[in-house]
Ligand binder design. Structure first.
Ligand code: IPE
Ligand code: IPE
Ligand code: MG
Length: 252
């Protein structure tokens, strides 16, 4: 089932997940290229976002079947508010439609929804949909489907620093006593662990303010495929590629 032909050094070779090698526990994806996908088809950008939502459903099912523990998806950045109002409005309505149609299946498949990001400036309908999905799936123990919505990593680090310093002061400690753990526990990913693998679609080779702290030792995988065209096979190819990496964490 988890088998495919994949490209390596210009040749197509038989690729297969190895039962001996570990899979990433936490996969993070920068789902990029919705707009370009639509443009290529002479469609409005929002058509790309809509199709992208269906791909989220497909990849969530597949990652859960594969036994991935956490799937973090970058859905809207703190910088995406710069886009035209129509597009932002559409993007803020998508979670409502997504959760309305998909939560029953998520519950059936034991998938738990988590959302990280700044919630205060989300429109009310978006916020309600997010809170309801989290509440409705809070008992689930399978894959954690973690959406980064109105998320920005620099802001996240600043917030975490402020909270850590506050905590430190309350404990009567000095600034030079602050540790990595003190900061880490105030990050929005607290409890989810760092991504083992980061995937970015559509050929852009940058992080766009995504999980700057958490990606310190993650493996990176870039593909030219636009997110609405991303398939289970593409996901599998990334998993096989991951299994062939040698993670050293600075050691030997
Ligand atoms: C990713 O696709 C989705 C969001 C950023 C919300 P884009 O909308 O960035 O698509 P491109 O990069 O313009 O093609
Ligand atoms: C990053 O993509 C944000 C999401 C995928 C939600 P962008 O399309 O916003 O990033 P840039 O602007 O190309 O760096
Ligand atoms: Mg983009």
């Amino acid at each position: 089932m988890f088998k495919k032909l994949f490209r390596q050094n210009e040749n197509f070779i038989d690729g297969e997940l190895s039962p001996e090698l570990p899979l990433p526990k936490h996969v993070a994806i920068i789902m990029d290229g919705n707009g370009r996908w639509a443009k290529k088809r002479f469609l409005p950008r929002i058509a790309g976002h809509k199709e992208g939502m269906n791909v989220v459903k497909k990849i969530t099912r597949y990652a859960n079947e594969m036994g991935i523990e956490v799937l973090t998806l970058y859905a809207f950045s703190t910088e995406n508010w710069k886009r035209p109002t129509d597009e932002v409005d559409f993007l803020m309505k998508l979670p409502v439609e997504f959760f309305d149609t998909f939560v029953p299946e998520l519950i059936q498949e034991n998938v738990k929804v988590n959302v990280m990001g700044y919630r205060d400036n989300l429109p009310l309908h978006t916020l309600r949909a997010v809170e309801k999905a989290i509440e409705d799936t809070k008992h689930c123990t399978g894959l954690v489907l973690n959406f980064a919505l109105n998320y920005g990593s620099r802001a996240e680090i600043v917030t975490a620093m402020k909270e850590a310093i506050c905590e430190l002061e309350n404990a009567g400690k000095k600034a030079d006593e602050i540790t990595e753990t003190d900061i880490e526990k105030h990050l929005m990913t607290n409890g989810l662990g760092d991504p083992d693998l980061l995937i970015r679609t559509s050929g852009e080779l940058r992080l766009s303010n995504f999980m700057l702290w958490q990606l310190a030792y993650s493996e990176f995988y870039f593909t030219d495929v636009h997110w609405p065209d991303f398939t289970e096979e593409d996901f599998l190819e990334a998993m096989i590629d991951y299994q062939n990496r040698s993670r050293r964490f600075g050691g030997l």
